[in-house]
Ligand binder design. Structure first.
Ligand code: BES
Ligand code: MN
Ligand code: ZN
Length: 488
C-alpha cells in the first residue's frame, strides 16, 4: 500500500473512503465535525442514539450522498488510549475497507487529539497497522475474482513536520510485509536457494547494497562444522547469505544482524512429533526478520552501515544426517556434543556469529525462533532479549516499546552455564528442562565473548497461528532500533 501524508480536509478529500476517529465521551475533532457535515449530522445522531459510542476498536461504515465511505472508528476512553488500542483500532478500520472495492482512503485518526501518545508515534503506528491489515498471503492460493483486495493507497492527515516520520513508517511497513511473505511461504518453495535468490533481488533493487553468498563448498573450506552437521540431512544445500548496506562512511563499524534461517525444522533424527510440524516452515523467521529489516533500512537509506547474515539450512532426518551423541567442531574451533538434533538453531547460529565477528561489528544481534520454552515464558506478546551487556538490550527494548513491537529481558547469568557442560566436548547443545530459552542463549554466549552482542528469541512472536500466519515481528522493533542508532 502506498502511504502519503497531506493536510487535505475531509470536505476536500476525493478518496474512496475516509476514516474518522472518536474518543468515548469526548467532543468531535475538527475532522470528525467535517465528516459529520458531509453525512448530514448522522454521526451526531448515532452518538445520541448510542448506536455508535466509540468503544475501543468499534467500527461503523456510513455513506455520503456521493457514495464516499466514511468509516467511524472508536478509540475508547482518551485517558486509556495506549499504543495497543491505537494499533488495534487502526487495523479494524482498514479491515472494514479491504473487502470493499475502495482503492484509496484518507485517514483522519488525528495525531493532535491524543493525551498519552506523541504525534510522530501516532503516525507511525497508524501507517504500520494499516499496511498490516491490508496484507494477505496470496502466492499459493487461488482467489475468486470477486474476492480481490482493492485498497492501494492511504493518505494520512499530517503536516510537513511529520512527513519524514510517515516515510520511515511506510518503509518499515514494506519491511514487515517482506518478512511476513517469506515466513508464510511453504518450505518446498522457501528453501535456502530461494532465500539466497531473494537476497540477490534485494541487493540489486536498492542503492548502496551488495551481496555475497557462501555455498557448501566454501563453508567446508572454512570448516563451519557445526552448521554443516545440521545441513547434512537435507538434499537442499546450505547457504550463508551476507547482505551489506553501506549508508555511512566506511570507517564506521557496521551493525550486524544474524537471522536463523532453518527453512524447515523436522527435528532431524530427534524427530519432532507430527502434530503442528507444518509450523516449522516458520523456523526461518529470524532470517525473514533480518531481511525485512534490511529492506526497511535500504528503503529509508539510513546513514548507517548494516550487514545481515543468514545461515540458511534445512534440518531433515536422513541416512547421512547428524546424530545424537556426535561431536562436531564449530567454525570457532570449539567442540559441541550433539545431544538433540532438534536443537539445531544454535548449531547454525554459532558458526554464523563467529563468521560475523570477522566484519568487526559495533553491534551484533541475532534473531531466532530458537526455543519452544520462549513461548511458555513470554507467550505471543513479547520477544525475549538476552545479553551480557547493559546498554544494548535496553536500547532494543526501548525501541520495541516506542513502536509497540515489544521485547523483554531474560538473564544470561553464568550460573546457567553449567547446564551445557559435558565430559565429551567443550559444550553440549541442550541444557535440560530448566530455563531452556536461557541455556540456548548461554550456548550462543560462548561464541560471542568479546563483542557487543544480544540474542533475541522470537519463537512466540514471529507467527500467531495458522490463520493469521507470520506477523513480521520484530521487523518494526529492529528498524526503530536502527533509526535510533542512526540518530546517535
Ligand atoms: N525451532 C524450534 C523451536 C520452536 C519450537 C519454536 C516450537 C517455536 C515453536 C527449535 O529448533 C527447537 O526444536 N528447539 C527445541 C530445543 C530443545 C531440543 C532443547 C525445543 O524448543 O523443544
Ligand atoms: Mn529444532
Ligand atoms: Zn528450529
Amino acid at each position: 500500500m502506498k502511504i502519503t501524508s497531506s493536510l487535505m480536509t475531509p470536505i476536500k478529500s476525493e478518496s474512496d473512503a475516509l476514516i474518522v476517529s472518536f474518543f468515548l465521551g469526548e467532543s468531535f475533532s475538527p475532522s470528525a465535525k467535517d465528516a459529520d457535515e458531509l453525512l448530514n449530522k448522522q454521526i451526531t445522531q448515532l452518538h445520541k442514539n448510542r448506536d455508535f459510542t466509540a468503544k475501543a476498536g468499534e467500527v461503523l461504515t456510513l455513506f455520503t450522498n456521493n457514495g464516499q465511505r466514511v468509516v467511524l472508528v472508536g478509540l475508547g476512553k482518551k485517558s486509556k488510549c495506549d499504543l495497543g488500542t491505537l494499533q488495534m483500532a487502526s487495523k479494524n478500520a482498514i479491515k472494514a475497507l479491504v473487502k470493499t472495492p475502495a482503492q484509496s482512503v484518507s485517514n483522519y485518526i488525528s495525531a493532535n487529539e491524543f493525551e498519552n501518545i506523541d504525534k510522530a508515534t501516532v503516525c507511525k503506528i497508524i501507517c504500520i497497522a494499516a499496511s498490516h491489515a491490508v496484507y494477505r498471503y496470496e502466492t499459493t492460493k487461488n482467489f475468486k475474482k470477486d474476492n480481490k483486495h482493492s485498497l492501494k493507497s492511504m493518505d494520512i492527515y499530517a503536516d510537513e513536520k511529520l512527513a519524514s516520520t510517515v516515510r520511515h513508517a511506510s518503509s518499515i511497513a514494506i519491511g514487515v510485509e517482506v518478512s511476513r511473505e517469506l515466513g508464510n511461504l511453504p518450505a518446498n518453495i522457501c528453501n535456502p536457494d530461494y532465500l539466497a535468490k531473494q537476497a540477490e533481488d534485494i541487493a540489486k533493487k536498492y542503492d548502496n547494497c551488495s551481496l555475497s553468498i557462501l555455498d557448501k563448498k566454501k563453508m567446508e573450506k572454512l570448516k563451519m562444522g557445526s552448521l554443516l552437521a545440521v545441513a547434512r540431512g537435507s538434499r537442499n544445500q546450505p547457504k550463508m547469505i551476507v547482505l551489506k548496506y553501506n549508508g555511512a562512511d566506511k570507517s564506521q563499524k557496521p551493525h550486524i544482524l544474524v537471522g536463523k534461517g532453518i527453512t524447515f525444522d523436522t527435528g532431524g533424527i530427534s524427530l519432532k512429533p507430527g502434530s503442528n510440524m507444518d509450523e516449522m516452515k516458520y523456523d526461518m523467521c529470524g532470517a525473514a526478520t533480518v531481511i525485512g529489516t534490511f529492506v526497511a533500512v535500504a528503503e529509508m537509506q539510513l546513514p548507517i552501515n548494516l550487514i545481515c547474515i543468514v545461515p540458511a539450512v534445512e534440518n531433515m532426518p536422513d541416512g547421512d544426517a547428524y546424530r545424537p551423541g556426535d561431536v562436531v567442531t564449530s567454525y570457532s574451533g570449539k567442540t559441541i556434543e550433539v545431544l538433540n538434533t532438534d536443537a539445531e538453531g544454535r548449531m547454525i547460529l554459532c558458526d554464523a556469529l563467529t563468521y560475523a565477528q570477522e566484519f568487526e561489528p559495533q553491534v551484533l544481534i541475532d534473531l531466532a525462533t530458537l526455543t519452544g520454552a520462549c513461548v511458555v515464558a513470554l507467550g505471543h506478546v513479547a520477544s525475549a532479549v538476552m545479553s551480557k551487556q547493559s546498554q544494548l538490550p535496553q536500547d532494543i527494548i526501548n525501541a520495541g516499546i516506542e513502536i509497540h513491537d515489544r521485547a523483554w529481558p531474560l538473564p544470561l547469568w553464568d550460573d546457567y552455564q553449567k547446564q551445557i557442560n559435558t565430559s565429551f566436548a567443550d559444550m553440549q547443545n541442550i541444557g535440560g528442562f530448566a530455563a531452556g530459552t536461557i541455556t540456548a542463549g548461554c550456548f550462543l554466549a560462548r561464541f560471542t565473548e568479546n563483542v557487543n552482542w544480544a540474542h533475541i528469541d522470537i519463537a512466540g512472536t514471529a507467527w500467531e497461528n495458522k490463520k493469521e500466519g507470520a506477523t513480521g515481528r520484530p521487523v518494526a522493533m529492529m528498524s526503530q532500533y536502527l533509526i535510533n542508532e542512526s540518530q546517535k
